[in-house]
Design a binder for this molecule. Sequence first.
Ligand code: FAD
Ligand code: NAI
Length: 508
Amino acid sequence: RALTTFGRVTLVTVLGTTATFMYFAAKETHPPAWQKPFDKDKKTVVILGSGWAATSMLKNMDTEEYNVVLVSPRNYFLFTPLLPSVAVGTLEPRSVIQSTRYVARHKARRVSIYEAEALKVDPHAKQVTIADLSDIKGDVNNMTIPYDILVYAVGAETQTFGIPGVKEHSCFLKELPDAEKLRERVMDCIESAAFPDQSEAEVDRLMHMIVVGGGPTGVEFSGELHDFIKDDLRSWYPELADKLKITLVEALPNVLPMFSRELIQYTESTFKEQNIEVLTKTMVKEVKDKTVVVKNDKGQIEELPYGLLVWAAGNVSRPITRDLMAQLPQHQTNRRGLLVDDYLRLLGVNDVYAIGDCTATSYAPTAQVATQQGRYLARLLGQIAKKEELETKLAELRGERSGLPEGPEGKVKNNAEEIESVVKQLNKASKIRPFHYSHQGSLAYIGSDKAIADLPFFNGNFASGGVATFLFWRSAYVSSLFSLRNRTLVMSDWLKVKLFGRDVSRES
Ligand code: FAD
Ligand code: NAI
């Protein structure tokens, strides 16, 4: 009754527009009928992976020019920068993933997406063997697919250096199931410590969470874990909150070697305030089921009891990548990853491009690099298709090919003006620039609503840390999430945690 007629009309209009928008937004997620089908006259690009590099490539690629087949063991894209938040329940797992089919929904030509793992690439026969390794398989679950162009973007796996016990006893933080497992294990340690009549030594062990690796993954997870203790553990398990201890173990003299000196010091002093113990110059030698053996900064061997051990010691090539390297021994000589030229072409073979963490380049293995490489490659393939199309057109105009359509007087067209115009376009399309990486800065969350940022500023560097940087960190990541759906889910998770705290129930 309080509303005027104008107010009512406005309200109805806004609600109507919102409902219409939401209806069409929901509808558009299905593969539209107008998408073109597979075209046998076009080249087929097979993309391996659905991570940063592959998704950026797919998103930016003009599928008008190619048939595209994407193969990945997971049918979604994972926004890795927010993975540490999932591991402590600040964010829900589904808020940081996006279905790959959703990414492909607007493409001019329908993209074939196979949830399968590539087992072997044969770069000489130009084919990939793939298999469905998921729990449920159909009668057909293994096949070999041919490609004209292969985009190899399978990422990397967690480096263990062959240290005994790492695979058996520690948790990784690389994929979504790792974060879900971690969240569950943290709660399991706490509930086991709360079991009646537990000895003090056993409570201390169960409540000791060791993070190995002082790179950004280890640092961000330590910060998130600290927040969980400060914000939630204290209210739900007051008798245990003070027993929880976080130790970050790093082999080098300091954490975060890729950040500037002042931000390293800022992180170390913030961790001190948060009671996170940082053991630098300390190398893990062995992981046992309840203790970890380290060589400390004085060169002595120590055994530290733990309840949870998180292993974040960097990247190593996947077995399929090592197999691909072994097939090209003269060119693929870097153990860190695949060697590519300035146009991201795999050295030693034609028609294979490699992007992202599976490569060994002068850039750090980051999402930023992988995204820019994917975008570049999408443009490059578009340019190559254009060039080939112009070459065909020019040949037709010059009458150099047999079986060409004939001109009005039964002669092959030879229009000088048109030829000149095509030659100009061809010259332009032939100017292919090499990949150039543009560094946008490094960001990391360090706990207590603080983040650090090293940003390029004119020809120098701008370093900042604290709460304002944290707000920048959040807005930067929310804006780089791939869809409105993800942005809405992430922001509502943050709000939920602010209002109700993190959920401490264990799911399995
Ligand atoms: P990935 O994103 O790992 O994707 C690889 C894809 O290949 C996956 O879809 C995988 O399922 C698929 N695959 C694997 N094996 C096969 C196979 N045999 N056949 C077919 N497909 C296969 N970088 C930043 O720049 N900023 C950050 O804030 C940041 N935060 C991070 C936080 C965490 C916790 C982690 C782990 C990494 C973070 N990174 C960050 C690094 C960033 O995630 C990687 O550099 C990036 O994921 C590399 O992209 P990629 O596409 O090469 O590999
Ligand atoms: P990393 O390679 O950056 O760091 C691993 C650390 O583990 C190294 O400092 C290494 O010295 C240490 N280590 C290795 N073996 C050890 C041992 N036995 N004992 C003790 N310490 C040991 O790995 P991380 O953090 O997983 O990052 C991988 C990539 O992803 C990097 O390129 C990083 O820049 C990127 N990334 C970026 C983020 C960001 O920008 N916020 C967040 C997470 C990852």
